[in-house]
Design a protein around this ligand. Structure first.
Ligand code: NAD
Length: 430
């Protein structure tokens, strides 16, 4: 379902009319390239050696005062006085950041022994989220907490690229170690890796499979037997293979392991269903089918694959949550519960999976993404879903796919236990 409002506001009369009426002004997001250079600013005293990593992003240094990307290193901000340097650094430049530009604030982990440092580092979160809500023109603002630039390279490259077009208002923690090896070729980071995507015959899963294949992965397109034909066609197009399997089968994990004797490097739990009803009207079968597909099967197959050693060391597990699981949504007690369950799974398993198997576990939490699922939503609710975010538009499946690819990246080993919303900074679950 095309977003006609977005097309209309892209025309001169549309811009005039919507501005006069005080209506949302979505800007068409650049998903091809950022238009301008990089500006590197600091607030407080910093020890971070960022220059080499930033140089490798490929963005030229900003020369004309119209940066496409601004990186503010605020890792050294330890008190309220130093926090004023955040204002001093960004206040003069924020207006000139190019449309669809990026602002990335770098913060430090909160110091449990220093409540002044913790206060101002936490302040950066409120700052980032507020700036994200006001900056407009398709520009995004995110905060990365880190202690070392090297393990954060894949994260900085992602956030400073068009791939993160619909990721805004997020706080991402990057660990100090375990960044993983830099790929031989940053354009094909998944070369030689096998990736299985569940529910990949259509929608977001199909986009994830395509993006991972585009980055060099050998993909396995898993979907229910009824969707076998579509899965086979998608796999053929991507040079991968199809696996017709209902993920709720009790032995799904064992069957995946058997189908992939060389093991898996990337496991994307994307398959999901909705069976909406308010709790008062919800029969037990609608509850259990949603919990089974969206959560129980994710738990079962993850356990089986890890126990069988079928996820290779350096492997990446990416599960799919939803903003409905963070904010709650009327008519979706089953769906909201299942997606919140994914968040719990990720937070608990991530450190153990890394220690025991060398595997990271993260989640993407999509907001309003333009798919068949959301095209079926009644008009007014659909319009509200599209507009109620800082970018005033829905995201595309490719936005979720690119975020998944960043989490699946061989160099993203220091990103673990994170739940990253791909929601244009939705007001729901913010
Ligand atoms: P979709 O309905 O278009 O596609 C889901 C795919 O999963 C289908 O191909 C379906 O056949 C498959 N599937 C369903 N049950 C399965 C099972 N038991 N075993 C194997 N495959 C199964 O949905 P989508 O919009 O692409 O959503 C993908 C994921 O993203 C889901 O987990 C969904 O909850 C989540 N999500 C979507 C949105 C959105 O706006 N579209 C928002 C938040 C979260």
């Amino acid at each position: 379902m095309a977003d006609r409002y977005l097309s209309f506001t892209g025309t001169a009369p549309g811009r005039f009319l919507t501005r006069r009426l005080g209506l949302p002004q979505p800007a068409a997001l650049r998903r091809d390239a950022l238009d301008g250079g990089l500006l590197h600013l600091t607030a407080g005293k910093t020890d971070l050696d960022l220059a080499p990593v930033l140089a490798r992003t490929g963005l030229p240094r900003d020369e004309d005062g119209r940066p496409a990307a601004v990186v503010l290193d605020a890792t050294g901000v330890r008190d309220v006085d130093a926090l004023a340097e955040v204002h001093a650094a960004l206040h003069p430049v924020v207006r000139s950041v190019a449309a669809s530009g990026r602002v990335v604030v770098l913060g430090a982990p909160l110091d449990p022994a220093d409540h002044h440092q913790a206060a101002v580092q936490q302040a950066l979160e409120g700052f980032t989220r507020s700036l994200g809500k006001e900056i407009g023109r398709g520009r995004t603002v995110n905060l990365v907490r880190l202690t070392d630039a090297a393990p954060a390279e894949s994260t900085l490259r992602f956030l400073l690229s068009p791939a993160s077009a619909y990721v805004s208002g997020q706080v991402i923690e990057v660990g100090a170690a375990g960044g993983g090896a830099a790929p031989d070729d940053w354009a094909l980071p998944l070369a030689g890796r096998t990736a299985l995507v569940t529910g990949a015959a259509r929608g977001i899963g199909a986009a994830v499979a395509e993006t991972l294949a585009g980055q060099g992965a050998q993909v396995v397109v898993l979907d229910v037997p009824q969707a076998e034909e579509a899965a086979r066609r998608a796999a053929e197009r991507l040079g991968g293979t199809a696996l017709a399997l209902d993920i709720t089968a009790a032995d799904a994990g064992e069957r995946i392991a058997a189908a992939l004797p060389g093991g898996l490097d990337v496991l994307v739990h994307n398959a999901g269903i909705t069976r909406d009803r308010r709790l008062v009207n919800m029969p037990a079968d609608r509850w259990s089918s949603v919990l089974d597909v969206n959560l129980a099967s994710v738990l079962r197959t993850t356990d089986a694959l890890l126990a069988a050693g079928a996820v290779n060391r350096g492997g990446r597990i990416v599960a799919t949550a939803s903003i409905a699981g963070l904010a709650g949504n009327a008519g979706q007690t089953n769906y909201g519960a299942s997606k919140a369950g994914i968040v719990g799974l990720v937070r608990s398993l991530a450190p153990r999976a890394l220690a025991g198997h060398g595997v990271t576990v993260n989640a993407v939490a999509p907001g309003f993404i333009e798919t068949r699922m959301t095209a079926a939503v009644p008009l007014f609710i659909r319009e509200a879903g599209r507009r109620m975010n800082s970018l005033a538009q829905g995201g595309l499946p490719v936005d979720v796919a690119e975020t998944t690819a960043w989490l699946a990246h061989p160099a993203s080993g220091a990103v673990n236990g994170q739940v990253v919303r791909v929601c244009g900074q939705s007001l729901l679950g913010a």
